[in-house]
Structure formats: C-alpha cells, structure tokens
Design a protein around this ligand. Sequence first.
Ligand SMILES: Cc1ncc(COP(=O)(O)O)c(C=O)c1O
Length: 481
Amino acid sequence: MGGIIVKDARRRERAGGPGNDYAEFLARYPAYESTAVVDELRAKDFSRLDRQGHVYLDYTGGGLYSESLVRDHAEFLVGHVLGNPHSTNPTSAIATERVESCRHRVLRFFNASPDEYVPVFTANATHALKLVGEGYPFCGGDVLLLCFDNHNSVNGLREYDRVRGAVTKYVPVMPPDMRILDCVLERYLDETPKICNRLFAYPAQSNFSGVQHPLEWIEKAHAKGWDVLLDAAAHVPTNRLDLGRWHPDYVAISFYKMFGYPTGVGALIARREALEKLRRPWFAGGTITVASVQADKYFLAQGAQGFEDGTLNYACLPAVERGLDFLDSIGIDLIHTRVMSLAGWLIEHMAALTHGNGRPVVRIYGPADTSMRGGTVAFNVYDASGATVDHLTVEKRANMMNISIRTGCFCNPGAGELALGLSKGEMIQCLDRSGSRMSVVEFRQCIDGKSTGAVRVSLGLVSNFEDVRTFLRFLGQFREA
Ligand SMILES: Cc1ncc(COP(=O)(O)O)c(C=O)c1O
C-alpha cells in the first residue's frame, strides 16, 4: 500500500513542472534515488503533511514527529505504570530503569563512550547551555570566546561571564559565505594567556546560514588549552556527530529538533571531567545525596544527577529512545544525503532566479554550494529595482500558500547583523536610544531604511522534491518580467 502511494507520488513528481525538472534534478543529484525509503515513510508515517497540504520548510525551527513514534509511545505509557524515579518502589524502579536506558541509548547514538561522556537530561538545548554558563568557573581574567554566528541561547552565556569579571570576545563571520577564517580563529585562540579558564562556544551548524563550522576546531582549541562547548542543536537532526571521533567538552541538543517528539527534552552531553569542572550555583530536589536545614550543608550527587534539577520528564524519555531508534532505522547518513541533494537544487535555482532586467530575485546569506553546509538557507528577496522586499511580506505571502518558513534573525543576531550590513555604530546608536525595553517595531523604526531581517527555509527528515519545487514556484512569483 505504502509502495503504491510512493510510486504515485514519484510519478507525479516526474510528470510535474515545466521541463520535467524532477528528471533534471535526479540527473544532477542521482544519490537522491537511494533515499526512496523516506518517501515511503512520509506517505505512511507523516501522511498529515500532504493530507493537509502543508509545505513544511522550518525543520531548523522544529523537526516533525512520525505518527508511529507517537502511537508507540502512547502504547508504552498505557502499558506501564511509571512512578517518580529515584526511589525503590516498583513503579519508581521501572521509571528509573527507563531513564538510565535512555541515557545509554543517547550515548550509543552519538558513539560516545560511557567512560568518557555522560548525558544530563535537560528541558532543551537552551537549558543545557545554561547549565554550562552558570557552572563554568569564570573569574577575573578568564575568557569566553563566542562567534558572531551563535544562537542567542549561547550569546546569553556572556551575562554569566560579565558578572564574574571575565571577558567575552566574538570571532566574526565573513559575508557573503558567512564562514570564519581559520587564521582569524587561531588568532583569537592564541590571544589569551594559558593561565585562565577559557571557554570557546560555537555551533556545529549555523541556524542562520546553514554553514557547518569545522569540528576540527575542537582539537585545535583543546591543543591551545581551551574548553569547548559545541552547540549541536541545528547540526544533529541531519548530520552524524561521532563523539568517538570528536571530543568536545560539552554538547547541547534538543530532541524535538531531531525527531519532533517529545518537545521539552534535551541533553547536555558532557565529558565526565568537564562536568566535574562545573560549579552548581544551588541545589534542588533530585540533585543531592544529603542536605540539612540545621547544619546548613548539602552534598551534590555525582555525575548527571547533580545537574538534573527536580523531576525529569520521565514519562517522555522512553519516546527519546524510540526517536533515536527511528533515526537509526533510516540512517542519519541517508537523511543527510537526501537533505543535501534537495538543498543543492534549491540553492542553485534560487541563485539563478533573475528579474527580466537581469537583476537577482534572491540574495543568499551563506555558501552558494553544498560543501560544509546543511539544508538551512537564509536569504532576502529583491524587486527589479534592487530594493529589498520586506521579509514580513514574504512570510505573509508564504503563509497564504500554506508554506511554513521563518523570517527575522532566527535568534542569531550576530549573523543577522553581518549579513544585513548593520554596523556596530548603528546598532549601538539604535539600542542606546531606548530605555530598558525595546519592541521589534521600535527596532525596525530605528534601523529605518535597512532590512532588519531575513527569510529562512530549512529542509529536514521528510522533505521531498515537491516541497522544494513548490517553494521555488512561490519565489518565482516575485519575479518581474
Ligand atoms: C543552533 C541552535 N542552538 C540553540 C537553539 C536553542 O534550542 P532550544 O530552543 O530547543 O533550546 C537553537 C534553536 O533553534 C538552535 O538552532
């Protein structure tokens, strides 16, 4: 049955569109054919997408869940009695066993040795990053090295650093391809004396431009005495992260970005040694072995438990195990192949789209080819005179076609500022004008005349050629003859 639906979908894809573009696509990206199992999966397990006519292009915002994952998990819940973990009663023991089993599964998925790494369960990637920010032993003279391409959930670490008298530095990315030059990074890594605590935090994949920053930087930074926090939230849904090969000190992820369900569960996967280095600013239920009111003392539990405040989302952790099984059953490399085939076609056709007068319809912020990038593409649309079409207008028109995209700066203001050419002077002048609050509307007024946001499409697990084709047709509507 699934096979028939898929063959129909493929036939439609082959037949559709001027110039039989699907055949051209396959000729250009033949590896896509090897990912046909995902078409079957989409028809069987994500049927709501096509039934409801959605063109979903916001996988970096959130992954989509397979229907069988949700059903299997519901069945598991209905079939088990789970109590609050960390007790010895029978229902608690079942929950505790599932939590620990999930911990092992996470390590296995990332090929991380349990002797080296421990996953701390968190609410999301942001919470994982916060555990590092609040616990890292920054003090006067210490350095936090960030890059312009960081998500705000990493940028926020600088506030912990600031109150403890440490210094934050930013490595710039270079438009138009939005990469960081190796030699520039080395300069920043070399600038700080080795006596300090030094933390370098960067994204494995940019949630703005899709750029993949080299994992080789981990070893490079280690060799110069830095600790490394790898924000892998946008990377791991469509790329292999092998923690047997790469050894960042801290890795932050959100599981809903990988397989859609459950939301509200993430992890800080930390090297055991690096976890020991973090100082917890408080204690809570679940994190201690012993605490006393009268003696005014507490003893923190060792390992992950010392960082897991209160009660874990124990009813949902079994779904994380299933989600990881699900990804493994497809193969992360196959997902990568598929996404990058589609991304390659998308980028080529976006870049080739011109107005009648030859001016480009689209300007992409990021690499113009598929090497060292993921399936996230940021851009703006221009009219035939070269003026930006406001990103909110693009979004509104996409919404009308049931196409889900993102616009704005995607919580990545550094990449946004550099991509859009907003200078430090302009930003300071604009942000200094306001009191303690500033709305997005006030910000837009302040940066008057310049674009304050971009448009982002991101491909993922069950993206198909039809999604890309529909989006390219949508972009074609902005073309002026
Ligand atoms: C690169 C990156 N880091 C961190 C985050 C924060 O993830 P969450 O909102 O799940 O905590 C995101 C979310 O989009 C992201 O793309």
